[in-house]
Design a protein around this ligand. Structure first.
Ligand code: H2B
Ligand code: FE
Length: 289
């Protein structure tokens, strides 16, 4: 089996390795028994599959219900962000002028990123295989889902949706230092063995998805899984659900805990000094590969 190292984003498919709707989560997925919803999700997913790098991202006309879900999430999160999000996120968030009655389109967000940091967005039909997902980051490309989560549980989704991408990932990708750090993981992934790939997936998970950072007035979130989840942000600081999380220093050379995708909130977060601290640790690890 020859593994060809991708030379550019054109060598990475956004359609070959989608872990499709409801995989593993089938029965728990809030939209699993909603045929209308599944049709909508696959319609939007198919648009993504047809997209070619360099072309504008197809425009999706969102329904009133979808916009309502977005508006509700945006409203709740902007209430928590001032106290729970890291400073860099609060700064880059301002660039986008998000409003509750309009769901931003990926094309315009991609243009802002391109101007700020040279990153681009590529639409994807669902959860992409970690190898393709991480490899694409080497070429400053972030795969984003374009469908909206199911409306029965607006504050929860078992898989990424556009609200998670926009409110979790996009703002910080406009921060040059953070954008470089994300690319580092991507670059390290290009030649990684299977085992190293699993480790990089965990490094991604414990930084870009669930990372926390020390600031003058306490612990703040920079991970997208935190920034896009009202419940998880509260859990991070107060353990209001009765289980105070643990904070640990990140050491990329150490074995990292198994990722927990399903069972509620994270029990442990990795706490970093700042983005340049994360970047130098990741660089050191990448050099060892
Ligand atoms: N695919 C998509 N579409 N969005 C993600 O946020 C995502 C992904 N995350 N694939 C990846 C996997 C991540 O959880 C790691 C690398 O497995
Ligand atoms: Fe994510």
């Amino acid at each position: 089996q020859v593994h060809k190292i991708p030379q550019s984003i054109h060598d990475i498919s956004n359609g070959d390795h989608i872990l499709g709707f409801g995989v593993e989560l089938a029965e728990h997925h809030p939209g699993f028994h909603d045929e209308e919803y599944k049709k909508r999700r696959s319609y939007i997913g198919n648009l993504a599959k047809l997209h070619k790098i360099g072309e504008p991202i197809p425009h999706v006309e969102y329904s009133d219900e979808e916009i309502k879900i977005w508006g509700e999430i945006l409203g709740k999160l902007t209430y928590l962000h001032p106290t729970h999000a890291c400073k860099r996120y609060l700064d880059t968030f301002q660039l986008f002028n998000f409003v509750p009655d309009r769901l931003p389109c990926l094309q315009e967000l991609s243009e802002v990123l391109m101007m700020r940091t040279g990153w681009q967005i590529r639409p994807v039909a669902g959860l992409l295989h970690p190898t393709d997902f991480l490899n694409a980051m080497a070429f400053r490309t972030f795969h984003c889902t374009q469908y909206v989560r199911h409306g029965s549980q607006p504050m929860y989704t078992p898989e990424p949706d556009i609200c998670h991408e926009i409110l979790g990932h996009i703002p910080l990708l406009a921060d040059p230092e953070f954008a470089n750090l994300v690319q580092l993981i991507g670059l390290a992934s290009l030649r990684a063995s299977k085992q190293e790939m699993l480790h990089l997936t965990k490094l991604y998970w414990y930084t870009v998805e669930f990372g926390t950072v020390k600031e003058r007035d306490g612990v703040k979130a920079f991970g997208a899984g935190l920034l896009s989840s009202f419940g998880e942000l509260q859990h991070m600081l107060s353990g209001e659900d009765g289980s105070m999380p643990i904070f640990e220093d990140l050491d990329p050379f150490k074995k990292l805990p198994k990722m927990d995708h399903k069972c509620g909130f994270q029990k442990r977060y990795f706490l970093c000094e700042n983005f340049s601290d994360v970047a130098s640790k990741l660089t050191a690890y990448a050099k060892s590969l």
